[in-house]
Design a protein. Structure first.
Length: 210
């Protein structure tokens, strides 16, 4: 399994907020790459490639002009609160044979058996912390819930994870459960009003017959 993308990067010689703003106006995004025991690398990538990194959970290969190849994973992303433009990215340098922890989205698939029994499916856990080699980080982990019956729960320990991936999250955490449909106060009031109206109609019909 390989989950790697390659981005082209250039060294960022001019630092500071003013230079960063000029880069963004030119369609570029400033980034930093942090490595243990080393000085952070200041780089710049295109806005298009920044968007690729934004939606990628796995290993990223940075092809740095004049420097060479750097393997990394995305650690932090800064986004403008109004325009939603990417302002800055932080990467963490990794080695191909280094086990690392990461957080991956959980996506439910299939129709739970409990839905046909009158229940409702609720996803409790939306992300899973895992440990794996950088190249084995999946984009998402799909969770088959077709066998989940009414009043049953699926736990982290029961997940079928991709090869080379282990869960770091607590094994007892509930990922999803299928519970009996909750009757809200509004629904209960509506049912009571409907029952009362039916009773009044029945009484009125009985009075007419007399």
């Amino acid at each position: 399994m390989s989950n790697t993308i390659t981005l082209t990067a250039n060294k960022r010689e001019l630092l500071g907020k003013g230079n960063a703003r000029r880069m963004r106006r030119a369609g570029q995004v400033p980034v930093n790459v942090y490595a243990k025991g080393e000085e952070a690398k200041s780089l710049v990538i295109s806005e298009a490639e920044a968007h690729l990194a934004q939606h990628h959970n796995g290993l990223i290969t940075l092809d740095i002009a004049g420097v060479g190849i750097q393997s990394a994973v995305l650690k932090e992303i800064q986004i403008h609160p109004i325009s939603n433009k990417i302002l800055h990215l932080d990467f963490h340098a990794v080695k191909a044979d280094e086990m690392i922890t990461s957080v991956v989205p959980l996506v439910l698939e299939g129709e739970a058996a409990g839905l046909r029994q009158g229940g409702q499916l609720e996803q409790v856990l939306h992300e899973l912390e895992i440990e794996s080699l950088p190249a084995n980080i999946p984009e998402v982990i799909t969770v088959d819930v077709t066998a989940l019956e009414l009043n049953q729960a699926l736990h982290v320990a029961e997940l079928k994870l991709p090869e080379g991936v282990t869960a770091v999250s607590d094994a007892e955490l509930i990922v999803a459960h299928c519970r009996a449909h909750k009757v809200t106060a509004e629904e209960a009031a509506e049912d009571a009003a409907a029952a009362e109206a039916a009773e009044e109609k029945e009484e009125a019909d009985g009075a007419k017959k007399k």
